[in-house]
Write a protein that binds this ligand. Structure first.
Ligand code: UDP
Length: 379
């Protein structure tokens, strides 16, 4: 299994049950795409694969991660620069009043937005979901082009679930997330994941691709792309990858952690100013580090970030799932292994559940199933 959050959690749970685990990751660091490390010049903690904010309503998950390091209270704020103005995200009462040049109170805004919503009973894709939530003009301004840049396809081809991640608020609450717990690890995510992996029954090998292993194992847990596991024999699943371009400024560059650019003319999707992701740190350096984020199609060997899940991907996934079910001895899990757009807390929840099933099976002489969470169905 890889050394990302999901793999580390499964390994920990197996190790605590007395099973020995080898964790192998082709990268030279643990924590997968959550990896953080300090910039050598400024000491700023950099989210090496883009901004990751931990948030959850699941008390068990919160209690679990809290055991492995100190977490700092954090409230994520995101703004959008579009049409020569800066708006507050997620779409909230300030966004609505600024956009429509109005001063509505919550109930008025809610009634007003209802008048913009076309009657779509069961939104079938991202566009329909967005239109039925905020109507045409807000969709065109804030969602359509950002989504085209992020996913590289028309929003009509994307699942509605992608937009359901974002709240719409008829208040001035601009907290990007609505979960009860929202926090950042004081010393970065990599320290947390390294602590999860720190157990006498876990051996960690970094910089090693799983394909190069020659030992045999009682069971394999695979958190890479399922298409890669099968040597891409049926074809390549679609993924998006990200490219980051660094800008160093003096002083506060953005004034917030993340600025989105939902207009079609700007090639990047968002900018992240890393020092604002660790507001409790005493940043002595006058230099600030901003990353511009560009989304693009992944090719073999790319760092994978988002499963695309177009209709053709769903069909291919079904075929790979069929292969996986005929291959005893391997369990697929995690954002890549199960080809699901899940957040950190959901990945940890699934890893804990997967480990529970696996421990029961392995300690009673049975083989754990290929999937504990079914990867097919509504994305
Ligand atoms: N999105 C958008 N405009 C925005 C922010 C988000 O259209 O300003 C859409 C876009 O399709 C994105 C999805 O909402 O992929 C989820 O956004 P989120 O901020 O949760 O993305 P993540 O941080 O996971 O990349």
């Amino acid at each position: 299994m890889g050394a990302g959050f999901s793999g580390a959690v499964i390994a920990r749970k197996l190790a605590e049950a007395g099973l020995s685990c080898l964790v192998v990751d082709e990268r030279d660091h643990p924590a997968g795409n959550c990896h953080t490390s300090e910039d050598a010049e400024t000491g700023i903690m950099i989210h090496r694969y883009g901004p990751h904010i931990f948030h959850t309503d699941d008390d068990e998950i919160w209690a679990f991660v809290a055991k492995f390091g100190e977490w700092m209270p954090y409230r994520h704020s995101v703004f959008a620069t579009v049409g020569g103005e800066v708006y507050s995200l997620p779409v909230n009462l300030l966004t609505i009043n600024q956009f429509f040049r109005s001063a509505m109170v919550p109930a008025e805004a809610e009634e007003f937005i209802k008048t913009l919503q076309p009657p779509i009973a069961d939104p079938a894709n991202f566009r329909e979901q967005a239109l039925s939530m905020v109507g045409e003009r807000l969709y065109e301004t804030f969602f359509r082009h950002y989504t085209e840049k992020q996913w590289g396809v028309e929003p009509e081809l994307l699942p509605a679930s992608i937009l359901k991640r974002l709240p719409l608020r008829f208040s001035y609450d601009s907290n990007y997330f609505h979960h009860r717990q929202q926090a950042m690890p004081r010393d970065g995510y990599t320290a947390i994941v390294a602590a999860i992996l720190d157990h006498r029954n876990i051996e960690l090998r970094l910089g090693v691709a799983s394909e190069t292993l020659t030992e045999t194992f009682d069971h394999t847990f695979y958190s890479g792309g399922i298409d890669r596991y099968f040597g891409y024999c049926l074809g390549d699943l679609g993924y998006r990858t990200l490219r980051f371009e660094e800008v160093r400024t003096t002083g506060d560059g953005l004034g917030c952690p993340v600025m989105n650019f939902p207009d079609p003319g700007t090639p990047w999707t968002r900018m992240t100013e890393h020092r604002h992701l660790s507001p409790w740190r005493n940043h002595r350096s006058p230099v600030s580090i901003i990353w511009k984020e560009y989304a693009q199609s992944a090719v073999r060997g790319s760092a994978l970030f988002y499963p695309l899940r177009l209709a053709a991907d769903e069909r291919l996934l079904e075929a790979y799932v069929g292969l996986a079910r005929q291959r005893p001895g391997v369990t697929f899990f995690g954002r890549l292994g199960s080809y699901a757009y899940i957040d950190m807390d959901a990945a940890i929840r699934r890893a804990i559940d997967t480990a529970a099933v696996a421990v029961r099976a392995l300690t009673s002489g049975n083989s754990p199933p290929a999937f504990v969470h079914q990867p097919l169905g509504k994305a």
